[in-house]
Design a protein around this ligand. Structure first.
Ligand code: 5GP
Ligand code: ZN
Length: 111
């Protein structure tokens, strides 16, 4: 989609710190990490947020979460997965993405 930051990263028009890629999903490191491991996992097909996510995309994202966790070395220690949606969810980039946070003991507080 034109003027979408994450579509441009997927297309290689803007550099992204890629961690993993397959035919459906692209994963890269967050530019402003909020934990020692902070990955972003996004579908290659543009969709605004989780409200537009179909079952096939959800499955691909979920599989990619596991891949990224293994590649980033947090599969055994654990991690948190978050997808912000809309205004109250504080979504700032309107291309569906899943945050994977780990590499530190996270608190129980989630907001
Ligand atoms: P949101 O707030 O929409 O859930 O998450 C968007 C995330 O994208 C933020 O954590 C932000 O740091 C990250 N981000 C914004 N611009 C860029 C960029 O150009 N490159 C990368 N790698 N991450 C970005
Ligand atoms: Zn997009």
């Amino acid at each position: 989609m034109k003027d979408c930051l994450f579509c441009k990263i997927i297309a290689g028009e803007i550099p992204g710190n890629k961690v993993f890629e397959n035919d459906k999903v692209f994963a890269f490191r967050d530019i402003n990490p909020q934990a020692p491991v902070h990955g972003l996992i996004v579908p290659k097909k543009h969709m605004d947020n989780i409200l537009q996510c179909d079952a096939e995309t959800a499955a691909a994202l979920t599989e990619a979460v596991g891949e990224v966790a293994r590649l980033e070395g947090v599969d055994e220690s654990g991690f948190r997965v978050i997808s912000n949606c809309g205004r109250d969810g504080a979504q700032s980039v309107n291309h569906l993405h899943v945050h994977l946070l780990g590499g530190v003991q996270l608190t129980e507080k989630m907001n």
